[in-house]
Design a binder for this molecule. Structure first.
Ligand SMILES: Nc1nc2c(ncn2[C@@H]2O[C@H](COP(=O)(O)OP(=O)(O)OP(=O)(O)O)[C@@H](O)[C@H]2O)c(=O)[nH]1
Ligand SMILES: [Mg+2]
Length: 297
């Protein structure tokens, strides 16, 4: 049997989380059109014929500007160090950038790298060829596969290339497990995803979500869930709540639908909004929200 950890790395917004969901066939990571959506390492497990792959979604690479940013970059570094191979995702529309080249220069000689040239559906052939030509100057790349993570195109071909670089090993996780994250964590992420979609401009970057209650009722198959949306300013709080509570209601409604699908039963979701000034600079509050540097070992 073959098994191992494969990190999915790349610049912010390249489509890494979309890809891990498509590879695993379950929603394990949230997706949005905003860069820097993923903040943590997230595991998605795929069981195939004679192999098991633990894919690790990572935050998009960028220059860290606060403690949260530093945490995110550290988590990319840690996950690369621990993996058996890397899928490096490039947005074909954006082209092969100097940051991509820097990554490929540094890593292709150290670790097996398969490049996923993503968003193939959104570019013309010439653009794709230009990317392939640039990538041709990195002979140590194991394989280059143009894909559309969103449409599922060529994702199987990519999977096959990854199986080739997988080492011999034993089963790492039980067969019915598809992520290492708890339902509580996924609930936080789903609420954050809806807030990212629905809110304006800069507010989403300053949002954290903390589940404060997650209980299955004794008498009925209903989950009672309460969560705080943490933001940085009073003015942000007002926007998140919206006119007559309309925005918060919409976030809750959309999140509830996804959470119900995940837990496979009815959910009563109550959301609150709290202000914690500059929490992205505070290690203490970050820890409260689950971003603990000590976990990154
Ligand atoms: N057209 C097209 N869009 C895609 C494809 N894959 C992802 N996207 C879109 O690209 C945006 C970013 O996708 P994510 O999966 O969140 O990207 P990411 O690399 O995880 O981003 P960060 O977590 O912020 O680093 C979303 O709007 C996706 O719907 C694709 O194959 N084609
Ligand atoms: Mg992501």
């Amino acid at each position: 049997m073959k098994s191992g950890f494969i990190s999915i790395a790349g610049l912010a917004n390249a489509g890494k989380s979309t890809l891990i969901n498509s590879l695993v066939g379950e929603k394990v990571a949230i997706v949005s059109w905003r860069p820097q959506t993923t903040r943590d390492r997230i595991l998605g497990i795929l069981n195939g014929d004679g192999y098991q792959i633990a894919f690790v979604d990572t935050p998009g690479m960028h220059k860290a500007r606060n403690q949260l940013g530093e945490y995110m970059m550290k988590s990319v570094e840690v996950s690369l160090k621990d993996s058996d191979g890397v899928i490096y995702v490039i947005d074909a529309g954006r082209g092969v950038s100097s940051e991509d080249e820097k990554f490929l220069n540094e890593y292709t000689t150290k670790i097996n790298v398969v490049v996923a040239l993503n968003k193939e559906d959104a570019v013309i052939r010439e653009t794709l060829f230009a990317c392939l030509e640039k990538l041709g100057s990195f002979p140590a790349i194991c394989a280059i596969v143009p894909i559309s993570a969103k449409k599922g195109k060529n994702v199987d071909a990519l999977k096959n290339e990854v199986v080739k670089i997988l080492p011999e090993g034993v089963e790492l996780f039980p067969e019915d497990m598809y992520t290492d994250k708890s339902m509580r964590f996924m609930t936080q992420e789903i609420i954050r995803e809806k807030a990212l979609y629905l809110l304006d401009k800069e507010i989403p970057y300053g949002i954290g979500v903390e589940v404060i209650k997650f209980e299955l009722r004794d008498d009925k198959p209903i989950y009672d869930i309460c969560a705080d949306i943490v933001c940085e300013k009073e003015s942000h709080k007002a926007i998140i709540i919206g006119k007559g509570g309309s925005m918060l209601k919409e976030i809750a409604t959309q999140a509830r639908i996804d959470i119900e699908e995940m837990v496979d039963s009815k959910v009563f979701l109550t959301l609150f909004v709290k202000v914690k000034t500059d929490w992205r600079q505070s290690e203490y509050i970050m820890k409260e929200l689950g971003y603990n540097k000590k976990d990154l070992k």
